[in-house]
Design a binder for this molecule. Structure first.
Ligand SMILES: NC(=O)c1ccc[n+]([C@@H]2O[C@H](COP(=O)([O-])OP(=O)(O)OC[C@H]3O[C@@H](n4cnc5c(N)ncnc54)[C@H](OP(=O)(O)O)[C@@H]3O)[C@@H](O)[C@H]2O)c1
Length: 254
């Protein structure tokens, strides 16, 4: 197959194994050949054996690993790094400056194929580099492109975001239990309600305020709850959570 994409995945931990499984499942249909590299595997031929290298080791190990393989890398390669907080210019320098580099802000739902991956292109990245990055990360969810100036805000929204959603899910579940719904059923119904509401927003593309108005009958039960959430500052709390996490991500990134 002339356009077969040869992908090397370095670091098969939590994220790497999800990516490997996602890529292997679509390898035949999409003309991908994937190989995973675990600690101790030789990296001596990764440059000749692959067009795309996805680096999935811990952030503190990423630049050292790139320096190690840099002599093998050229303009024909796409280097994709998922390391949280490691800037694209540092990735480019460590990988020798010739290869197309993409920093990817990815989140934990990638482990179940529902991740969000935001791609940040380095200076030497071409449209082909980005095409390859979309091909790899669409195996574990949706992809988009952002400038690095938005990386901290997007990190807070998508990478920290699942923690905020789990907190909401916990509270929703407790609310059901407090009102007499058995615990397991309350969790199940809460999960399905959150998924269903988000799926409705995704499919209809209607603004959330409009969808909310559709379930708030004047003088009805739902508006009572909506007013209670406003009184207790749900909106302000979520905006502040994303804002302080973005500020912290900015400080951690240096
Ligand atoms: N987990 C997520 O959902 C998630 C979300 C966003 C971003 N990320 C990013 O993804 C990266 C990996 O995170 P993770 O949670 O998957 O970490 P992890 O589970 O610790 O996986 C890292 C893997 O890399 C291996 N490794 C280290 N050095 C290596 C080498 N020289 N050659 C081959 N393999 C090597 C490690 O092996 P050993 O265990 O033997 O050290 C480990 O299996 C990080 O940069 C993180 O910022 C992860």
């Amino acid at each position: 197959m002339a356009s077969e994409l040869r992908i090397g995945l370095i670091g098969i931990g939590k994220l790497g194994s999800a990516l490997l499984a996602g890529l292997e499942s679509r390898a035949a249909a999409q003309g991908l050949r994937v190989k995973g590299y675990r600690r101790g595997d030789s990296l001596a031929n990764v440059g000749t054996d692959h067009d795309v290298l996805v680096v999935c080791v811990k952030p503190a190990q990423t630049l050292e690993l790139l320096r190690q393989i840099a002599p093998q890398l050229g303009a024909q390669h796409a280097i994709l790094s998922v390391a949280a907080g490691v800037k694209v210019a540092d990735l480019e320098t460590a990988s020798g400056g010739r290869a197309g580099v993409v920093r990817v802000v990815v989140n934990t739902p990638a482990a179940v194929g529902h991740g969000v991956s935001a791609l940040i292109a380095g200076r030497a990245a071409t449209s082909e580099t980005l095409r390859r990055a979309h091909a790899v990360f669409s195996a574990v969810g949706t992809t988009c492109e952002i400038p690095e100036s938005q990386a901290d805000a997007v990190t807070s929204l998508t990478a920290c975001g699942p923690a905020f959603v789990f907190q909401i899910l916990e509270a929703f579940t407790d609310a059901g239990i407090a009102n007499g719904v058995p615990a397991a059923m309350s969790l199940d119904l809460s999960v399905q309600t959150l998924i269903g509401a988000c799926e409705m927003a995704r499919q209809t593309k209607r603004p959330p305020a409009e969808l909310r108005q559709q379930v708030t009958t004047p003088g009805g039960a739902t508006i009572e709850g909506v007013v209670a959430l406003e009184r207790h500052g749900l909106r302000a709390a979520l905006i502040e959570a994303v804002t302080v996490s973005a500020e912290k991500a900015r400080k951690l990134g240096g």
